[in-house]
Design a protein around this ligand. Sequence first.
Ligand code: NAD
Ligand code: IMJ
Length: 255
Amino acid sequence: MGLLEGKNILIMGVRNKWSIAWGIAQAVKAQGGNPIFTYLGEREKEALIKLTADMGEVAAYACDVTRDEDIDKLFSEIKERFGVLHGLVHAIAFAKSEDLQDTFVNTSRDGFTLAMDVSVYSLLAVSRRAQELMTKGGSILTLTYGGSVRVSPGYNIMGVAKAALEASVRYMAYELGPKNIRVNAISAGPIKTMSAKGVKNFSDILEVVEQKAPLKRNITLEDLGGTAVYLLSELSSGVTSEIVYVDSGYHNMGV
Ligand code: NAD
Ligand code: IMJ
């Protein structure tokens, strides 16, 4: 028996085979869970079809989280087809690339709003609908980065967005706890995905982790998948409002 046998788990944020959401989806599937996917646009749809080719029949829905109509449609389709939802994985973030290059103080009002909308508000927007379908309790999981609590040069507005995301996890955990819906975040160490592409000196960052972190290596999609399964399953039944670091222990090091 798998740890997620018979559980319907909505996974938002698969873009390609390097995506953290894809690593989590594979781990969910391996534990007998039923992943339900969303994708952003046609390009992502193609990639998702290829990736899930050997998973048998999988449900996949288009959803741009900046559009309320997309989110409403998604949850009415899930309600009709599956009835109950047990888990939700939110692995979505976006900021304008110029806001990840220029200095933080120069962030435009537009750029600030967009990053907060896609990377933070979307968690509330989808969780509000998801809770209605989590009639047997549930587990909501999002992805954050240590740039929320320490300065990671260039992370800029995303650091501020992740701080707001982590605070949102705590407020939502408090509000949804009475319904036995848990809300947690994984704070992942740096990992080479499309969202890390173009980050200045990313390979230097990976090297620093390898040298300094207790585990002396970078994290993998399998590391993230394992912790995600734990947080989505009954193994973590007493855990909510937590920011769980999966970063080889890097965040606990001093000089
Ligand atoms: P990724 O690029 O594979 O995933 C990001 C996803 O966000 C993509 O699937 C993209 O389609 C989706 N997205 C962007 N705008 C959207 C919108 N408007 N509506 C719906 N979906 C939208 O990169 P990833 O690294 O797997 O990122 C997943 C999460 O992990 C993000 O929250 C990221 O901040 C977080 N994270 C990444 C790292 C890292 O080093 N890669 C570290 C810690 C946390
Ligand atoms: C992103 C920017 C700057 C420094 C960074 C990152 N470091 C790491 C990341 C050190 C690890 C990756 N990360 C944790 C993210 O959350 C990335 C989010 C992101 C990335 C892009 C790149 C392309 C784009 N918009 C983006 N929006 C959000 O146009």
